[in-house]
Design a protein around this ligand. Structure first.
Ligand code: BES
Ligand code: MN
Ligand code: ZN
Length: 499
């Protein structure tokens, strides 16, 4: 995909040449000067006429009319040079690739033109790789007539004045991060009749085969033997058997300092007898986005092979209504042993995660992150751009926060107080209540999970708001975002054991 040069070869033709434009006077020397010469100073004239916007994320298109081997120049406005962040550069690049997708096969990017004093070639190269994969993603779905573009960007030549081949692996790793995010997006976009718990397990098995992970898939009978009463209760009303998916990646000589990644894999959430409304139920095929995030991260881990130990645990089932379903007022017993009064069958995510968290600990997880489309409450609290986070451990949370910054996926913390814990323990008939009222129910979701994480360093990520996007954006189309794939992979990559 990527080829790095430190010089532009004007003889080599590209479908498009991509150029970053900072909000400052253009210097007509070097590469730009050369192209301008070739174009009989027409490039300079177009700029002087004010045709090209230097505003952040603005795309311009200049046809070179054969004065240059390259058919057109795509300018990417970058705004003020001093203040630009890597996120804004990534989004600008994404917008350019989106613009070119379907129209160009070979492109050349002048990487040097995207740098400023605080952004290194490596950072921008990584962002470019990510942006290329993310921005050109589309979900093909099941239309008889395919909506896939017939021209895809196949070859990207990078001009990096001060660098050479050493940038290639950086570009490729960024591209791997983007592509794994796209895999997660596709899982989430796939309708629930095409993606059952068994299908999710099948996907995990394929990852295990490809990357040599150890895989363990628990069947319903195994869960019964182990006593996974919470996961089984949610599955009770379904015709589809549940699966508990475990993938192990061992990157250290010994199985210690194990990171447990737990992802909610509810393939469809009707709410159960606490049935969702006709509007609320639409889109609930995305209720396995946590599982998709974990599987996407495992794909990156399989490709990049960090020196870390990771166990991924995914409880997979749908939440259906039938004569067999669990009901409000039922009391169930979790794998941990704690009993749970089910006040609301629509608070099913925390139930399946409870058993998965316990099982991750059985597999040696010493640090936990769970990712889940857990509550509508987190959307009310934080909106659709920020993932809600809760924790029982400051320095473990710091590592997750740092990873989320690096990945450009913002998270924000919600509190867990002793009074919240008291509320979760307020059942008259069981140890816990899965839904003690709607007040602060994003916090109640996290607090319930804390009962199972206990003293193990743990961060809960509620992605109900961030897992999907209503509209398209620079780095993707509307639909699944693949949020937290890159944060989890970054976390694992940079992990340092605490203690
Ligand atoms: N899967 C939903 C949360 C959700 C809502 C995800 C909207 C994506 C978009 C979850 O299982 C749920 O139903 N949560 C309830 C919890 C309540 C019953 C305590 C909710 O948020 O209403
Ligand atoms: Mn629910
Ligand atoms: Zn749910």
């Amino acid at each position: 995909m990527f080829l790095v040069y430190n010089q532009f070869n004007l003889e080599e033709p590209f479908d498009a040449f991509v150029l970053g434009i900072w909000d400052q006077p253009v210097r007509w020397s070097g590469l730009l000067g050369e192209i301008n010469e070739r174009m009989n100073h027409q490039l300079e004239a177009i700029f002087k006429a004010g045709e090209i916007s230097k505003k952040e994320r603005s795309i311009g298109s200049i046809f070179t009319l054969g004065n240059d081997g390259t058919r057109k120049i795509i300018t990417v406005g970058l705004g003020k040079k001093g203040s630009a962040s890597i996120e804004s550069v990534k989004e600008s690049l994404g917008k350019a690739f989106k613009h070119l997708n379907g129209k160009a096969e070979t492109i050349c990017v002048d990487l040097s033109s995207f740098l400023n004093d605080s952004l290194s070639s490596e950072e921008v190269a990584f962002a470019l790789g990510e942006a290329l994969a993310l921005s050109t993603y589309s979900y093909s779905g099941y239309k008889q007539k395919s909506n896939e573009p017939d021209k895809e960007i196949e070859k990207v030549t990078i001009i990096a004045a001060d660098k050479g081949d050493e940038l290639t692996p950086v570009l490729e790793t960024g591209y791997i991060y983007g592509r794994a995010t796209n895999s997660a997006r596709t899982l989430v976009n796939t309708p629930a009749n095409m993606l059952t718990a068994a299908d999710l397990a099948e996907h995990a098995r394929r990852l295990a085969d490809t990357y040599g992970f150890e895989a363990e898939i628990l069947e319903k009978e195994d869960m019964e033997k182990l006593g996974m009463g919470a996961l089984l209760a949610v599955n009770q009303g379904s015709n589809q058997p549940p699966k508990l998916i475990v993938l192990k990646y061992q990157g250290k000589a010994e199985w210690k300092d194990v990171i447990g990644l737990v992802g909610k894999g509810v393939t469809f959430d009707t709410g159960g007898y606490s049935l969702k409304t006709r509007d609320g139920i639409v889109g609930m095929k995305t209720d396995m986005a946590g599982a998709a995030a974990v599987l996407g991260a495992m794909e990156i881990i399989g490709e990049t092979r960090p020196e870390q130990n990771v166990v991924a645990v995914i409880p997979a089932t749908d939440n259906m209504v039938s004569g067999h379903s669990f009901k409000p007022d039922d009391v169930i017993t979790s794998l941990h042993g704690k009993t749970i009064e089910v006040s609301n069958t629509d608070a099913e995510g925390r139930l399946v995660l409870a058993d998965a968290i316990t099982y991750a600990k059985h597999h040696g997880a010493e640090y936990l992150v769970d990712v889940a489309t857990l509550t509508g409450g987190v959307i009310v609290a934080l909106g659709t751009h920020t993932t809600g986070a809760m924790t029982n451990h400051e320095s473990w949370f710091e590592q997750v926060l740092e990873a989320s910054h690096a990945a450009g996926e913002p998270i924000w913390r919600l509190p867990i107080t002793d009074k919240d814990v008291k509320r979760i323990r307020s059942s008259k008939v069981a140890d816990l209540n899965n839904s003690p009222g709607r007040e602060g129910h994003a916090i109640m979701g996290g607090t319930f999970l804390l009962e199972f994480a206990e003293d193990t360093p743990w961060v809960h990520l509620d992605i109900a708001g961030t897992a999907t996007s209503k509209s398209s954006y620079e780095l993707g189309p509307s639909g699944a975002t693949g949020v937290m794939v890159r944060t989890l992979a970054t976390l694992v990559d940079g992990f340092t054991p605490i203690k």
